[in-house]
Structures are given as structure tokens and as C-alpha cells.
Design a binder for this molecule. Structure first.
Ligand SMILES: *Cc1c(COP(=O)(O)O)cnc(C)c1O
Length: 764
């Protein structure tokens, strides 16, 4: 976009006057943010380019977009100019750091969707997102007495200047008991300096009737009022649970709502354009991001049959347009619905699912292995695999597990359906934007081709030895900035010469924040009793939200906060350690943390983390991985060399064998330092009137399946490798390892991922 300061400032003044009756000198940050965004939208939105021809629609319950303004200005190529224009009138772009994130997602899965939209726009791939415009995003997290507290995330209080409400595309979505109006809000997804914008369409639910005074007088708390209430409630809140099911019926309503609205919209326009329904796949394909949008399959069947297609004809279309991505092997995340629930709420949709089951049966397949409905339960993943053209896992090891275990039988039936597409991250947000100094250093050495072709970052290899001092200086500055931010927001002092050892991701037992926490106690007591000497000064930094209903995850947060209090208030260990759990970890916090980390902790039990993407963000910013052979860590080691990272723990194969006779009590008895760390959960070291710490202890040591995620098993190896890493820190060799990782991150660009999808799955 061409930027003209005078016109831009005039537009801003005009919007401030008309919308807020103020001017640049007096506007508050929110007003200025809205006016600036609107001025940019006014210039760019009508002029945006999109590609003609077939499009792919990315159906996802989550899009974790983060803060839009800086990324949009960067991609439009006007970040600096806008900053200078604001500075010329006494304001600063930095003020918009206050603007809250659009957190319409939980974690990795939602962030992946956001990265893919940006990468597709940049690569000129016609990919549009379809989801829900939640009124409240992922909860805001604070800590009180070390316990997690949740507050509603009222993200719209900042306004939504990057979206356009498209009234004319509104449709009605019908449930058995209720009809609601779905109104789309379109948000442009700007490609990086190429003038392209793809679209993210988020649906909002509203009552069907406009406000009716007659009805209002009549009802007074009666039935009409309830209907109106229900309509908006569908989009009220993002389910903060990424891998278990809650509020089942409302969740089903959400899924159907966004899917039915999207498909009616797409099919309606296709028909209006005179398209042949049997050739629908020539115009569209659909990517189902996990099981949440799988209800799209029976919904499209229903819509096509309403148009007069036979079941087999409609089924044939579905087999060509749908593709399915699996994100986790955890059984509780492969959604299942009570048949009656679907049949009650969506009878015509259920009919189509039943037809799919019948079709499957007619093929004469073994009913013990192949079913969609069984014992009155609908298995959404099975429905997806049966119908989809392609099914993909998100890292090589994950896809292999899908083929050999999770979906073994289906793989035997349809080997050609299964493909791997390793996840990726956009290098624009995760290096150019969050770490501009490092990006400039790379540009200086190898030019800027890597911005849109990350493989080129390998060209930095010959410069690595020379770059170390400049890299150190940049990392040092990023660390100082993060430390200042943490001091301000969390009240914890972190000296800048400390190693920054970071674990940030959703809180889950399988991700094993507990392993990290126990190692900290091990170091702490070792320093206290003199068995560990000259410990390299280290700050252990955590960030994570726990699902509100996930008891153990919340107990782990409490535990780590108590460990932090113990360590940080002990003058004797102060020269060696700090621990901080940052509040409300989100995309914007991640941007600050990722560029300042010295150690990236990726320590899930092998086999559990499908891919991980924060591991890639850290790698790209020049950080070594301390991790298990899990998810994309395996490919990180392939690309950057295991010798340049710090790998420990049981492998997937070992986990499978060990689990059969695993009994942690023995290991605990033989490892006094671990035993001592575990005892703090029950010996009164930490105050806990709720008893959650004792429950945590029990989960690791007792019960039917003690220590499900092998924390105890991997502890010794973890601590050994972690200490080795911390002692390597600061050497010339260590800095080179950081840069070798950065130089080897080319594979993990989301540009590569979306190109793989386009070639192997979407046929674009
Ligand atoms: C990248 C990202 C994630 C995913 O982290 P993993 O460690 O891969 O689970 C989660 N939350 C936020 C805010 C992110 O930016």
C-alpha cells in the first residue's frame, strides 16, 4: 500500500471527530487505535486482491489471531510510516501494546489456524477461514494465593475495527427447538507485502426477529424472551477446554451453527453463480481442523439432497471436498456424541449420519473395526476418516502413530488417504515482528529472501561464528525488555545475566510442567545443602492457562507458584535461581518471551505431543531445545542435529514397553532427591487449604495408574541433561548451537506447510 502521511492523518482526524468527537491530541488509546485501524482499512480493504478460481475453506472452532494491528501494518508495508506519522503529531505506535489480543482460540490448534491464514495469503494460496465470533474469548488469567482465577475476556471492549459486518450474507440456522440468525463478520488476512488479502469469516448468532415492541410487551420474561436469549448465547464464549468435552449440547450447537452458516453461504453463492452441484469440488475444498467441524459432512449431505441429489451423488461430492486434520491421539479429544443428542437437536443431520453408517455396513466391512455409530454413540473422527479424501497428522512421528495405532484399522482400509503435513509457524509474526533486530541482522548478512522463503535462512551458516557477538547483544536486549515487563506485570526481579529457561504452552499433565517444577526443587535443595555447587544462575519462566475444569492442571499451577515463592524469597539461593509463572500467557506475551529465551523446554511424554509449534518459534529465534523425542522435536533434531539440542527421556517405543510394568514407587525410593521434592506436596512445605497438592502427589505415586505420564521415570535423565545444558551455557559452542538451530528452521515455516496442503491435499 502506498502511504501518504497527510491523507492518513486527515483520515484519522476525520474518524476521531465523527466517531468520538475528539482529535488526535485528546483521543485516548482506544479511540486512536480504532481511528488508525479504520483509516488503514478504508485505504486497503476495497483495493485488496484475491485469486480467481477454486478456494479452500479452513473450518475451525478456533482462530488465535492475537493482536492484529502491528502484524497488519507490517504486512501492508506501512509499519514504520505509520509510526512516524503518529510521532509527528505527538502520539506513538507503541501505545497500541495495550490493545488486547483477539483470543478466539485455546492454544496450538487455534494459533496454527492463524499462522496458516497468514502464510496462505503471503503465498498467494486462496485459503479462507470460517469460524465463530465468540463474544468472550479465552478467559483472562490471574493468580490469587497461587491459585488460577478466571475472568471473562471482553475483547470487544477495544472495538473490532479490522472486521466488517456483512449483513447481506446473513443466513438462518435451524435447530429443532430454535432458529437463529447467523451474521458474518469478515476480517481481511493480509499477505506480506503482496497486496493480497484472504478472508476470515466469523459468524455471530442473533435472534431471528428484529426487536418487536408488541412482542416485548407481551412476553415480559415469557417464552419469546428465552428464545432471544438463547440465540446470542450460542456465540457467547469459546470453550476453554481444548481436549475434553464440556457443556455438550451448547458445544454441539456452536459447531453446527458455524458449519451450517458457512455451507449455506458457500453453496448458496455457488448455486446463484449457476454452478453444477456435482462439480462443487471444482470450486471448493474444505479442511476440517480437528473433529469440531466434522458435522459439516452430514450438513453438506443434507443440503445437497435438499437440492435434489441422491444420497450416493451427494456422498460422492463429500468424498471429494472434505479433508480432515487430526491434532491429538488423546481419546477424550476424539469427539463422540450421544446419538440421541444429535437426533433431538438436529434430526435431519442425524439422518445423514445414519445413512453413512448404513453405507459403511453395506460395504461388508468388519463392524468391530469400522463404525460411525455404535451403541448409540456417534464417533466423529471415524465419520471424518470414512468420508474425507485425505486425513493428515501434523508431524511425522504423529502421523506414524495414527497409522500404526490410533487409526490402524482405517489405515489398512485406506492407506492412500493418510498423509503427513508437519506444522509450521509464520516467520513474519515469529521473527520479523517479534524480533526486529535479529531479523535486521539476518537481512544484513543474507538479504531478505528468507522473509517469504524460510529455507533461505540456511544461507546464514557461513556467518554463524562471526555473528555470535551481535546475536548475544540482541538476545541480551530482548532479555532486558522481557525482564522489565515481568517486573512490571508479575512483580518478580530477574537479573539479565541469568539464563532464561522457558516453558510456555497450555497446562496439561502430558506436557509435564511438573517435571520442570520438580527439577527446580531438586536444584534448590541441592544448592541449599551444598551437593550442587556453582549452579549457573537461571530464571525458570513458566506461562500457561489451565482449563477451568481441569483440577490437576490447576493444582500444578498452584504448586509452581508456591515453588516460585519459596525460591524467590530465599536470600541464600538468590544468586542462583529465580522462578516466575507469568499471568495470562497469550500470543502477545509469547512474542516477548520467544525472542528472549535461552532454553526452550519441550518435555512432553514421548508420543503425546502431536507436533508442538512453540518449539518452532523458539528455534527460529535462536534457542536450543531441551526436549524429548516427541512431535516436531524429532524433526527439529533431524534438521539442526541432535548434538545441537538437549534430548532426554524415554522414546515412543520405550514408553510402550515400560508402561506395561511401570511402578514409580520403586524409582522414588531409589532417588532420595526426587523423593524429597515430591514430599513437599504433602509435608506442609506449601500452604494449601484446598488439598490439591496432596491430590497431585497421589496422582504421581498411587492409585490404579500412578504417574500416567512417566514424570518419575524420566526425572533422572531430564535433570542430568538439563544440568549439562545450563553448564554449557555461555560458551562459544553454546552460542553456535543457538544459531545453528535458527539456520535450520527453514522446514518449519507455515509457508511450507500450506504449500504442502495446497499440493498434496487441496489440489490448488
Ligand atoms: C504457539 C502457541 C501455543 C502452542 O504452544 P505449544 O508449546 O506448541 O503447545 C500456545 N499458545 C500460544 C499463545 C502460542 O502462541
Amino acid at each position: 500500500m502506498k502511504f501518504q502521511r497527510k491523507n492518513f492523518l486527515q483520515d484519522v482526524e476525520r474518524f476521531l471527530a465523527s466517531d468520538y468527537a475528539t482529535d488526535i491530541a485528546h483521543a485516548d488509546t482506544r479511540e486512536l487505535y480504532n481511528a488508525v485501524s479504520k483509516a488503514v482499512m478504508t485505504e486497503t480493504y476495497p483495493a485488496r486482491k484475491t485469486r480467481e478460481g477454486k478456494r479452500c475453506c479452513y473450518f475451525s472452532a478456533e482462530f488465535l489471531m492475537g493482536r492484529a494491528i502491528f502484524n497488519n501494518l507490517m504486512n501492508l508495508g506501512i509499519l514504520e510510516e505509520t509510526g512516524e506519522a503518529l510521532a509527528s503529531v505527538g502520539r506513538a505506535l507503541g501505545e497500541f501494546e495495550e490493545v488486547e489480543d483477539a483470543a478466539l482460540g485455546n492454544g496450538g490448534l487455534g494459533r496454527l489456524a492463524a499462522c496458516y491464514l497468514e502464510s496462505a495469503a503471503t503465498m498467494g494460496i486462496p485459503l479462507d477461514g470460517y469460524g465463530i465470533r465468540y463474544r468472550y474469548g479465552l478467559f483472562r488469567q490471574t493468580f490469587e494465593d497461587g491459585y488460577q482465577h478466571e475472568e471473562g475476556d471482553d475483547w470487544l471492549k477495544w472495538g473490532d475495527p479490522w472486521s466488517v459486518r456483512v449483513e447481506r450474507d446473513a443466513v438462518e440456522v435451524k435447530f429443532a427447538d430454535l432458529t437463529v440468525r447467523a451474521v458474518p463478520y469478515d476480517m481481511p488476512v493480509f499477505g506480506y507485502k503482496n497486496g493480497v488479502a484472504n478472508n476470515l469469516r466469523l459468524w455471530s448468532s442473533e435472534p431471528v426477529q428484529a426487536f418487536d415492541f408488541g412482542a416485548f410487551n407481551e412476553m415480559r420474561g415469557g417464552r419469546k424472551a428465552e428464545e432471544n436469549f438463547d440465540a446470542t448465547k450460542i456465540c457467547d464464549v469459546l470453550y476453554p477446554n481444548d481436549n475434553t468435552m464440556v457443556g455438550k449440547i451448547l458445544r454441539l450447537r456452536q459447531q453446527y451453527f458455524m458449519i451450517s452458516a458457512s455451507l449455506q453461504d458457500l453453496l448458496g453463492k455457488y448455486k446463484a453463480g449457476g454452478g453444477d452441484l456435482l462439480a462443487f469440488d471444482k470450486a471448493y475444498c474444505f479442511q476440517l481442523n480437528d473433529t469440531h467441524p466434522v458435522i459439516a459432512i452430514p450438513e453438506l449431505l443434507r443440503l445437497l439432497r435438499l437440492e435434489g441429489l441422491s444420497f450416493e451423488e451427494a456422498f460422492g461430492v463429500c468424498r471429494k471436498v472434505f479433508n480432515f486434520t487430526n491434532h491429538t491421539i488423546m481419546a477424550e479429544a476424539l469427539e463422540k456424541w450421544d446419538s440421541l443428542a444429535i437426533a433431538d437437536l438436529l434430526p435431519e443431520v442425524y439422518e445423514q449420519i445414519a445413512c453413512c453408517q448404513q453405507r459403511l455396513e453395506k460395504e461388508g466391512l468388519d463392524p468391530a473395526k469400522y463404525f460411525i455409530i455404535r451403541d448409540n454413540v456417534v464417533h466423529m473422527a471415524n465419520l471424518a476418516i470414512y468420508v474425507a479424501a485425505k486425513v493428515n497428522g501434523v508431524a511425522e512421528i504423529h502421523t506414524n502413530i495414527l497409522k500404526t495405532e490410533t487409526f490402524k484399522d482405517w489405515y489398512e482400509l485406506y492407506p492412500e488417504k493418510f498423509v503427513n503435513i508437519t506444522n509450521g509457524i509464520t516467520p513474519r509474526r515469529w521473527l520479523l515482528l517479534n524480533n526486529p533486530k535479529l531479523a535486521a541482522l539476518i537481512d544484513e548478512k543474507i538479504g531478505d529472501g528468507w522473509h517469504t522463503d524460510l529455507k533461505q535462512i540456511a544461507k546464514i551458516k557461513p556467518f554463524i561464528a562471526d555473528m555470535v557477538p551481535a546475536f548475544q547483544a540482541i538476545k541480551g536486549e530482548n532479555k532486558r525488555k522481557l525482564a522489565a515487563y515481568i517486573k512490571e506485570h508479575e512483580g518478580v526481579d530477574i537479573p539479565e545475566n541469568f539464563i532464561f529457561d522457558v516453558q510456555v504452552k497450555r497446562l496439561h499433565e502430558y506436557k509435564r510442567q511438573m517435571l520442570n517444577a520438580l527439577s527446580i526443587l531438586y536444584f534448590y535443595y541441592g544448592i541449599k545443602d551444598g551437593t550442587i555447587r556453582d549452579f549457573p544462575p537461571t530464571a525458570f519462566i513458566f506461562g500457561a492457562k489451565a482449563a477451568p475444569g481441569y483440577y490437576m492442571a490447576k493444582a500444578i499451577i498452584k504448586f509452581i507458584n508456591e515453588v516460585a515463592k519459596l525460591v524467590n524469597s530465599d536470600g541464600e539461593v538468590a544468586p542462583y535461581m529465580r522462578v516466575v509463572f507469568v499471568q495470562n500467557y497469550n500470543v502477545s506475551y509469547a512474542e516477548k518471551i520467544v525472542c528472549a529465551a535461552d532454553v526452550s523446554e519441550q518435555i512432553s511424554m514421548a508420543g503425546m505431543e502431536a507436533s508442538g509449534t512453540s518449539n518452532m518459534k523458539f528455534m527460529l529465534n535462536g534457542t536450543v531445545t531441551l526436549g524429548t523425542m516427541d512431535g516436531a522435536n524429532v524433526e527439529i533434531c533431524e534438521e539442526a542435529g541432535a548434538e545441537n539440542n538437549y534430548i532426554f527421556g524415554a522414546t515412543v517405543d520405550e514408553v510402550a514397553t515400560i508402561k506395561r510394568f511401570y511402578w514409580p514407587a520403586e524409582i522414588i525410593e531409589q532417588t532420595p532427591a526426587l523423593k524429597r521434592a515430591l514430599e513437599t506436596l504433602i509435608d506442609g512445605t506449601f500452604p494449601d487449604e484446598t488439598g490439591c497438592l496432596a491430590k497431585l502427589h497421589e496422582s504421581l505415586t498411587a492409585g490404579h495408574v500412578p504417574d500416567r505420564y512417566l514424570v518419575v521415570l524420566d526425572f533422572i535423565d531430564y535433570v542430568r541433561v538439563k544440568e549439562e545444558l545450563l553448564r554449557d551455557y555461555g560458551s562459544e559452542e553454546f552460542w553456535k548451537k543457538c544459531l545453528i538451530n535458527m539456520s535450520a528452521a527453514g522446514k518449519f515455516s507455515a509457508d511450507r506447510s500450506v504449500q504442502d496442503y495446497a499440493r498434496l491435499i487441496w489440489d490448488l
